[in-house]
Design a protein around this ligand. Structure first.
Ligand SMILES: *Cc1c(COP(=O)(O)O)cnc(C)c1O
Length: 443
């Protein structure tokens, strides 16, 4: 059962480690969202994961609803994954030659998804960057369309924000990305077919590709409405552009394929990561055989990687995917629904306004303001209408009660197959206090 909060150790050791980290690493972290900037406080340094729980450097245990931002679909330290990885490591960790596990992982991905061929890479960022290069190489066109609030990794051309007006060329979203790099990026509001039609009317024969998250999860969960993916695929086809579906977050997580398993829209190119690496750096992009044939060494579009298809990473990914059966996905759906109901009950009891949105087992809780009447958040502007301090109060109350949520209001909550009835009971016990903490925050 959940340890009561006064049994929990103050995070002294995490504070110490964070001070040391901050002296040698910008912001003390190797990826910004880990720094707790959106919720305040000291990030917890974890020392161990087992099943549904993670343990911090001060010995506090947490039910984990981040799952390494998705990859740990089966929970932490799954015995079969660990055994396969240990066996792989004992044979050496990298040869820079082709190996059997990378063939098997590629075969598994091809069997689960509509892609004919895949190329393995080491991160989701690399996958989307390479897919864009391929799309531009194949079409001979420069412009790409992306949607505000969709995240595709830290690819320069995709770190763009929209200017004013609906159809505008992107402005660099961060110092260090040049205006020239984003000049060919068109940023549109999500779930807005008219904006897409207008962009193609203006720039049609210059657009190489439309890239979108298959179901966005990086502005909170904002699913496509009215077959938006189908509309994008048709519009691309009619205009000689390619449709790239980014399933780095959703792939192999919400069905055995990804969001594709829900809407069935076949993209020209797809990107994968997270779950397919089983907790190691492995990602992929893939698509139609005729498109993938343009990649070196078969074709002329260059792409490469020293550690691509690494035998330890591909073994972890392959073992994870083989264990991710239809029964596992059914259980994840059920666990997610149970959790959503628990959260809704706790927030309603305290009169906290909220919206819960889901795409398969992926869901997020929006702390909307008291005046919001919208039944659905459909784009980034909608996702921005949240009472962020309310999420921060909720987050910290959950943390103090032993539940580790994503430390930002703009993230999905990730369930794992290791969440059993005891873990769910711990979450249920933590929720009333967290709902009270959220209710105490002014609108
Ligand atoms: C996480 C993510 C990426 C980036 O993957 P990294 O491995 O962090 O580079 C790309 N696209 C989506 C949809 C993601 O969720």
């Amino acid at each position: 059962m959940a340890p009561v909060s006064d049994e929990r150790a103050r995070p002294h050791r995490s504070e110490e480690l964070f001070a040391r980290a901050s002296a040698v690493t910008p912001g003390g972290v190797n990826s910004p969202v880990r720094a707790f900037r959106a919720v305040g406080g000291t990030p917890r340094f974890m020392t161990q994961g087992d099943g549904s729980h993670i343990t911090d450097a001060d010995g506090n245990r947490y039910v984990d609803l981040v799952a390494s931002w998705g990859p740990m679909l089966l929970g932490h330290a799954h015995p079969e994954v660990i055994a396969a990885v240990q066996a792989a490591v004992s044979r050496g960790t990298s040869y820079g030659t082709p190996t059997e596990p990378e063939v098997e992982l590629a075969e598994e991905i091809v069997a689960r998804t509509p892609v004919d061929k895949v190329r393995l890479v080491s991160s989701g960022t690399e996958a989307t960057m390479s897919a864009l290069r391929l799309a531009r190489g194949v079409t001979g066109r420069a412009k790409i369309i992306k949607f505000a609030g969709c995240y595709h990794g830290h690819v320069d051309a995709l770190l763009a924000q929209a200017g004013s007006g609906v159809v505008t060329l992107g402005l660099p979203g961060t110092p260090g990305v040049t205006a020239a790099t984003t000049a060919d990026t068109i940023v549109l509001p999500y779930n807005d077919p008219a904006a897409v039609t207008e962009a193609f009317a203006t720039y049609g024969d210059q657009i190489a590709a439309v890239i979108t998250e298959a179901s966005p999860g990086n502005m909170g969960v904002v699913p496509p409405l009215d077959n938006f993916n189908g509309f994008l695929a048709d519009t691309c086809r009619a205009n000689g552009a390619l449709f790239i579906s980014d399933e780095v977050m959703t792939g192999f997580r919400i069905t055995r394929s990804g969001y594709y398993g829900i809407d069935g829209v076949v993209p020209d190119l797809m990107t994968f990561g997270k779950v397919m690496g089983g907790g190691f750096p492995a990602a992929a992009f893939g698509g139609r055989a005729d498109l993938m044939a343009h990649l070196a060494p078969e074709g002329s579009v260059y792409q490469a990687g020293t550690l691509s298809g690494n035998p330890v990473a591909t073994t972890a990914g392959l073992t994870t995917l083989r264990l991710a059966t239809d029964e596992v996905y059914a259980k994840l759906d059920e666990t997610s629904l149970t959790l959503q109901r628990m959260v809704a009950t706790a927030l309603e009891k305290e009169g906290v306004p909220y919206l819960i949105q889901a795409a398969g087992n992926l869901f997020s809780v929006f702390f909307v303001d008291n005046t919001t009447n919208e039944a659905t958040i459909r784009d980034f502007a909608g996702a921005n209408a949240q009472v962020l301090p309310r999420f921060a109060a909720f987050f910290h109350a959950m943390l103090d009660a032993g539940v580790y949520l994503p430390p930002s209001a703009y993230e999905a909550w990730f369930v794992s197959a290791a969440l059993d009835d005891d873990a769910l009971a711990e979450i249920e016990a933590a929720l009333p206090g967290a709902a009270r903490a959220a209710a105490a925050v002014e609108n």
